[in-house]
Write a protein that binds this ligand. Structure first.
Ligand SMILES: [Ca+2]
Ligand SMILES: [Ca+2]
Ligand SMILES: [Ca+2]
Ligand SMILES: [Ca+2]
Length: 439
C-alpha cells in the first residue's frame, strides 16, 4: 500500500491493481445486444420499472476517513464538481465527513472531476459512482507525495492527481461571506455566492403526447418545451433564486394545453410546504403563482394561442420564450430541486398529463387513472409513456407530425430495450428528414 499524506487511497487489493479496467465500471456502454430496427412504439419491449428520463444520473457520495494520528476537521470545506474541461458545474460543502452530488446529466458527461480548492487536489470520478471512500492522513505532515496514483475500492478505478499536500492560499474574500473570490460568482454580494445551471450542462427538453388517457401516435411533438434555469445559491449553498427560461418549441397537438412548472424535491416528491417566496415576470410577463402549497407556476395558458405548431405540418413560428424569476425562502435551506414540467387541459384544470414517475397535483382528477389506455400510472399496460424527459449535449429536434419518435430516432428502441445501458446518445442521432428543424 502506498504511503498517504493528505487525501489518500484505500487499496482493497494490490493484486487487482491493473486488472481492473474502466470498462468494468461503466454500465455496459458497449453492450449492443438486442439490436432492433423497429419503427413503431407498439413493437418496443419496455423493461420493468422503466423511467422515461434520458439522462445520466449524477449520484456521488464522497466520504472521508481519518487514518492519521492528528485529529483534523474538514467540516465545511468547499468541494467543486467540474467537467473534464475544468468548467465548474456545481459545488458542495463537506458535512459530517461526506460530500454528496446528485442530479441528471447528459450522457456525454460520463467522467467528471472533483476539485478540492484547499489542497488543489483533483479526483476523477464517474458521475454515477455512488459511494467513494477517501482516506485522509495528517495535514501536518509536510512529506511530498507522488504526483499521480491510483485509488482502488473494490472495482472502482480512478486516476488521482494530487498536486500538493499543503493548504494553499486561495484568493481573497472581498464580501467576507466565506467563499473565496475565485469561486464566488457574486464576489461583492455577501448574500449570494454560486450561480449554477439546470441542467448542469447541455440541454433539457420535455416532450408530451397530449391525448392521455388515450394512446397517441408517439410523435412526441404535441407539446415540447426546453428549459434552462440559472440557480443562484447563498454562501451556504442554499437555493435562493431561480431564473427560469422556457422555450415552447412545438405545439403539435390539437388540444388546448396549459404548461406548468412545479418545483419538486430532487427525489421527485413534493416539498409539502411552500418554498416559493415570490415570482417575478420578465418582459411584462407575470406567470402568477398557482397553488402555493404545490410550488406550482403556470408558465403559459392555452398553447394553441401561440399560433404555431412547428411540426412540419401546421403553422411555423418563432419559438415563444417565457422568462421569469422565482425567489426561494432561504430559511428553508433548499439544496436542490427537480423542475417538473407537465401539461393540463386549458378548459379542464383537473386533466393533468404527467411523467410516469411524477406526482399529480391536488387539482388532478384521479378518477381518470385506469381509464382509456392508462394503466394507473401514466403508462400504458405495455409501459409506454405520455411524457419523455431528455438531457442532451446537443439541441433535441422533435419528430415531425405523425412520425413516431421510434422511427425518427433509430436508436430509441434499442435504448429502451437495453434498459438505457446502451445507445445513450440516441437523442443526438435523428434521421434529419424525420425531425423538425426551425428555419
Ligand atoms: Ca466571497
Ligand atoms: Ca458573495
Ligand atoms: Ca402526438
Ligand atoms: Ca403531434
Amino acid at each position: 500500500m502506498r504511503k498517504l499524506t493528505y487525501l489518500g487511497l484505500i487499496c482493497a487489493t494490490t493484486t487487482s491493481l491493473f486488472s481492473c479496467t474502466q470498462e468494468e465500471n461503466i454500465p455496459t456502454l458497449s453492450n449492443q445486444n438486442n439490436v432492433t430496427t423497429i419503427t413503431e412504439m407498439k413493437d418496443v419491449q419496455v423493461p420493468e420499472q422503466f423511467s422515461w428520463s434520458a439522462s445520466l444520473p449524477l449520484d456521488l457520495n464522497i466520504q472521508f476517513q481519518n487514518i492519521g494520528e492528528t485529529n483534523f476537521n474538514l467540516e465545511n470545506e468547499l468541494v467543486l464538481l467540474m467537467d473534464m474541461d475544468g468548467n465548474h458545474l456545481t459545488q458542495a460543502f463537506i458535512k459530517d465527513n461526506t460530500v454528496s452530488f446528485s442530479g441528471k446529466l447528459p450522457h456525454s458527461l460520463n467522467k467528471l472531476q472533483v476539485y478540492f480548492p484547499k489542497t488543489q487536489n483533483i479526483l476523477e470520478v464517474y458521475p454515477n459512482e455512488g459511494d467513494v471512500w477517501m482516506e485522509v492522513a495528517d495535514l501536518s505532515t509536510n512529506a511530498v507525495f507522488e504526483n499521480e496514483f491510483l485509488y482502488i475500492d473494490g472495482l472502482k478505478y480512478f486516476d488521482y492527481q494530487a498536486k500538493s499536500n499543503a493548504r494553499v492560499q486561495t484568493s481573497g474574500d472581498a464580501d467576507n461571506d466565506g467563499v473565496a473570490d475565485e469561486f464566488d460568482s457574486f464576489p461583492n454580494d455577501p448574500n449570494k455566492a454560486f450561480n449554477e445551471r439546470y441542467p448542469l450542462s447541455g440541454y433539457h427538453s420535455t416532450l408530451f403526447e397530449d391525448l392521455w388517457p388515450y394512446q397517441g401516435d408517439y410523435d412526441f411533438n404535441d407539446v415540447v418545451v426546453s428549459t434552462i434555469i440559472n440557480t443562484i445559491k447563498d454562501p451556504q449553498n442554499n437555493i435562493i433564486q431561480l431564473s427560469v427560461s422556457i422555450d415552447i418549441d412545438a405545439n403539435g397537438g390539437d388540444f388546448n394545453s396549459d404548461i406548468m412548472l412545479r418545483l419538486l424535491k430532487s427525489d421527485k416528491t413534493s416539498f409539502g410546504q411552500q418554498i416559493i417566496s415570490s415570482v417575478g415576470g420578465a418582459d411584462g410577463f407575470e406567470p402568477g403563482l398557482q397553488e402555493v402549497s404545490s410550488n406550482l407556476i403556470k408558465v403559459i395558458s392555452n398553447n394553441q394561442n401561440l399560433g404555431y405548431k412547428n411540426n412540419g405540418d401546421g403553422a411555423n413560428g418563432d419559438i415563444e420564450n417565457k422568462s421569469f424569476s422565482i425567489v426561494i425562502d432561504p430559511a428553508l435551506e433548499i439544496k436542490s430541486i427537480d423542475p417538473n414540467i407537465f401539461i393540463c387541459r386549458t378548459f379542464d384544470r383537473s386533466h393533468e398529463i404527467h411523467g410516469s414517475d411524477y406526482p399529480a397535483t391536488v387539482s388532478f382528477n384521479s378518477a381518470m387513472l385506469n381509464t382509456g389506455n392508462d394503466n394507473g400510472n401514466f403508462m400504458t399496460s405495455d409501459g409506454y409513456p405520455w411524457r419523455i424527459e431528455i438531457f442532451s449535449s446537443t439541441k433535441f429536434y422533435h419528430p415531425k407530425e405523425g412520425v413516431s419518435i421510434v422511427n425518427a430516432y433509430p436508436d430509441f428502441a434499442n435504448w429502451v430495450q437495453n434498459n438505457k445501458q446502451s445507445y445513450t446518445d440516441w437523442m443526438e442521432t435523428p434521421q434529419m428528414s424525420k425531425v423538425f428543424v426551425q428555419e
